[in-house]
Write a protein that binds this ligand. Structure first.
Ligand code: CA
Ligand code: ZN
Length: 312
């Protein structure tokens, strides 16, 4: 592959955007995956993504009973970022998320928080018109596209794309939206970045086990940050700093997210530790990402306006 670097922006010869298609998907984050593309730090890459069912449920006739469960949560990639070494940070800026004209949502027996109450398996196809998900005649929900699965390869072994963790993965965090920047701790050379599982809209918790699952096209900028270290995935947008933690129980995720936000602020703010706890208590938001995946994910969110000029 040949690159021309112009003003620091890498360009694939003959094409202005580096593209990865849904021919190139993974079901596990692992250092043994072969990269589908190798790019220098600073590259802009466009990904096509399937929905979390690999587009198997796209009409009312497609039944959940016939779903091939081996094809759940495909992530497009992985991308090898040149120069990324274990201990670095991969910075991912979400430039754009373009979604398809219809999405799919499911609910039913043994699915999500209400799986003990519901009977059978149910699928709904929801068209999107005028920027709104047409749930029913009287219910139209403004879309807020977000990325469910996004992350890097772990140091050892493999983690299926349905599970969240320190590497990112299936965090189902609705703040992973256009304009957000994510930071991942690089565990393996090249980082091996992949993403998928876009939702047209989703509430905190994802209680029914899915959001509005939808094929998409996502454009991100991938950069390597040297000489800094983070405890787990972090997210920044124009208004907030956030840490994201996943654990077997909500309680454990809450403890870890809160401690990690405290550590992040403690090294960067001109406040004594007890005052940082006080500030977190006054303006920090502890929020659910999802409570239905193999590990549960929460985030601790701090408004930037109280933090002064802090950076990664
Ligand atoms: Ca998901
Ligand atoms: Zn999903």
């Amino acid at each position: 592959m040949i690159y021309i670097t112009k003003n620091g922006i890498p360009i694939l010869k003959g094409d202005f955007t580096l593209k990865v298609s849904t021919d190139q998907i993974i079901y596990h984050f692992t250092s043994s995956n072969c990269p589908v593309l190798t790019v220098p730090s600073g590259s802009i890459v466009e990904f096509d993504t399937y929905d979390c069912f690999s587009n198997q449920l796209r009409t009312e006739k497609d039944k959940m009973e016939s779903l091939d469960w081996d094809r759940i949560n495909p992530a497009t990639g992985p991308i090898y970022i040149e120069g990324a070494e274990p201990g670095d940070i991969l910075k991912v800026t979400i430039n754009r998320i373009e979604i398809d004209s219809k999405g799919t949502i499911v609910s039913g027996e043994e699915l999500g928080i209400l799986g003990g109450i519901l009977k059978g398996a149910h699928t709904k196809i929801i068209p999107i018109q005028d920027g709104k998900a047409q749930f029913s005649d009287g219910i139209r929900i403004p879309i807020k596209p977000m990325i469910g699965v996004i992350g890097v390869a772990p140091k050892d072994g493999e983690i299926n794309t349905g599970t969240p963790g320190k590497h990112g993965g299936n965090m189902d965090n609705r703040m992973v939206a256009e304009g957000a920047t994510l930071y991942f701790h690089v565990e393996t050379p090249g980082a091996l970045f992949a993403l998928g599982d876009v939702h047209g809209v989703m509430g905190d918790g994802e209680i029914g086990v899915s959001g509005l699952e939808i094929p998409a096209k996502i454009t991100v900028t991938l950069e390597i940050v040297k000489g800094r270290s983070i405890q787990g995935p972090m997210l920044e947008n124009s208004e907030h700093w956030t840490v994201i933690e996943s654990a077997e129980t909500i309680e454990d995720a809450v403890q870890e997210a809160t401690e990690n936000m405290f550590r992040f602020l403690s090294g960067r703010m001109n406040l004594k530790d007890p005052e940082i706890a006080m500030l977190m208590s006054l303006v920090g938001q502890l929020e659910f990402c999802q409570v239905v995946d193999p590990l549960k994910t929460v985030r601790f969110t701090m408004p930037k306006k109280y933090l002064g000029e802090i950076s990664l």
